[in-house]
Design a protein around this ligand. Structure first.
Ligand SMILES: *Cc1c(COP(=O)(O)O)cnc(C)c1O
Length: 481
């Protein structure tokens, strides 16, 4: 199946090559030239792994033996074999995406991507090993390490800012097991680490290396497709409890950063799943709210540090895919992305904005409103949600209040409340005590909600990766791996 770049200046390639390349040479993102025709009704009737198999085979037909890959990626890795349960809470349903090995929603995609990459490498006869380089502000690094550990023919190196991640996040990464993993702290902040990684990619373009460099971020089509699965799964769960009949539309509210998660929902809809509105929820970094409401994307603003750090983003890379899917105009996408790079802002044509507004609704919620939401949802529904999920909930309520739309609402939950124990305790009116590990136990004592096993085990795990380097030493560090 042929893939093309959203910017139109790169050669068309097959789906296995798209997974290997990640980013297209012209800077664009890969999408199928023609979306696959898809039997969505039969997909809804399958179990979670069956759904993943059908979706991945449809989008990535050049990668053979998808059933085995899906099984290797997911069997025994999540708390439940249904992978992503849907839980009723008050008027809404919560789709729990955090039941994976690191308690973050990125596990859904990063459990699958390494399998896809290894298989794509074999399918294309790529002989060099792949080296995944990633800078992380916390969550992605651990989910990637866990996904790529011991993947054949692939190595992974994660850099994180020294002193710039939480205790739990640091412990999760430095205790990582696996023969093919490297974790290293960098003196500086997340931007320094990220810039360091970009510089390595640039410097290595001119070099003849024994490995092929790649990245694990959400621009890779192999990370996006696995995320379509849970929209089907949620729909199936609502059918099973009799909340909907086959064909009835369901709304989804999605805590959004890079626009990957919500774009997967739009793809589910393009494949036929009866999705109503897709609600794009932001935190105080509300660049997407402004965009969807006005058609102007403007990244010239300060980045706020919030209690939902995984959504602290000014440039949402996967929005580029939406612009292409809605306009099918690579020249327009290339022009808008150039304006974003050079001037820091762009405006989409009126007709495109109208199409976007038919499918999407957007709102945002600051830390104070998020905290109120956590407390309210806990008191009213005995459901404990994290800071990211709280924004999805709050914006879903705003949507219902403003529109009166009473179709069933599914709020996507992207992290366990135990990944952000201090903020969740504070929201519940408690004073967080001691270190983060004490706070896990404190939150458990206050709520009775079980602590995920992977987080509870961390306090006593051995620290295996204790190095810290200067940011200028990142390139020699990687070359010596
Ligand atoms: C990555 C992340 C998000 C944002 O998802 P995108 O696909 O980048 O929009 C939201 N919440 C959590 C906890 C995340 O880790």
């Amino acid at each position: 199946m042929q893939y093309r770049s959203t910017r139109g200046f790169s050669p068309e390639i097959d789906s296995a090559q798209a997974v290997l390349n990640g980013l297209a040479p012209d800077g664009g993102l890969y999408l199928p030239v023609v979306l696959p025709s898809f039997d969505w009704v039969s997909c809804v009737k399958k179990d979670a792994q069956g759904m993943a198999r059908q979706l991945l085979s449809a989008f990535l037909p050049d990668i053979p033996d998808m059933g085995t890959l899906v099984q290797k990626a997911y069997t025994g890795k999540f708390e439940t074999e249904e992978l992503t349960p849907t839980v009723p809470a008050g008027d809404f349903y919560v789709l729990e995406l955090f039941r994976g090995p690191t308690s973050a929603f990125k596990d859904v995609a990063l459990s699958m991507l390494p399998q896809l990459m290894s298989a794509a490498k074999a399918a294309k006869g790529e002989e060099k090993d792949i080296l995944i380089l990633t800078a992380t502000s916390g969550d992605t690094g651990k989910a990637a390490l866990e996904g790529f550990k011991d993947a054949p023919g692939i190595r992974i190196c994660v850099f994180y800012p020294h002193g710039g991640v939480s205790d739990v996040q640091r412990r999760q990464m430095v205790s990582q097991e696996g023969e093919n993993v490297t974790v290293c702290a960098v003196y500086g902040n997340f931007d320094d680490a990220q810039t360091g990684v970009k510089n390595i990619f640039n410097a290595c373009r001119e070099m003849e290396l024994p490995v092929r460099l790649s990245s694990a971020n959400s621009i890779n089509i192999g990370r996006l497709v696995p995320q379509i699965t849970y929209y089907f799964k949620a729909y199936r769960d609502l059918l099973d409890v009799g909340r909907i009949q086959m064909g009835e539309e369901v709304n989804f509210s999605v805590p959004t950063g890079n626009f990957g998660d919500i774009l997967a929902g739009f793809l589910a809809k393009k494949l036929g799943l009866p999705v109503g509105k897709l609600i794009c929820a932001s935190n105080a970094n509300n660049v997407l709210t402004d965009f969807i409401n006005t058609g102007v994307y403007d990244r010239r603003r300060v980045l706020h540090k919030t209690d939902s750090p995984s959504m602290d983003i000014l440039v949402s890379s996967n929005l580029e895919r939406l612009l292409y899917l809605m306009s099918e105009d690579t020249a327009l996408v290339a022009k808008l992305m150039q304006e974003l790079n050079e001037q820091g802002h762009y405006k989409v044509p009126e007709n495109l904005l109208a199409e976007i507004q038919k499918q999407f609704w957007a709102g945002w919620c600051d830390d104070a409103e998020g905290a109120e939401t956590i407390a309210k949802v806990w008191q009213n529904n005995q459901y404990l949600c994290d800071t990211h999920t709280a924004s999805g909930w709050a914006v879903a309520e705003d949507y219902v209040n403003q529109t009166g739309d009473n179709r069933p609402m599914v709020v996507l939950s992207t992290a366990s409340p135990y990944k952000f124990p201090a903020a969740v305790l504070k929201a519940l009116g408690e004073t967080a005590k001691g270190d983060e590990f004490d706070q896990l136990e404190q939150l458990n004592a206050v709520t009775g909600v079980p602590i995920p096993k992977n987080l509870a085990a961390l306090r006593t795990m051995t620290e295996r990766h204790t190095g810290v380097i200067e940011k200028d030493n990142m390139l020699p560090f990687v070359l010596a791996l």
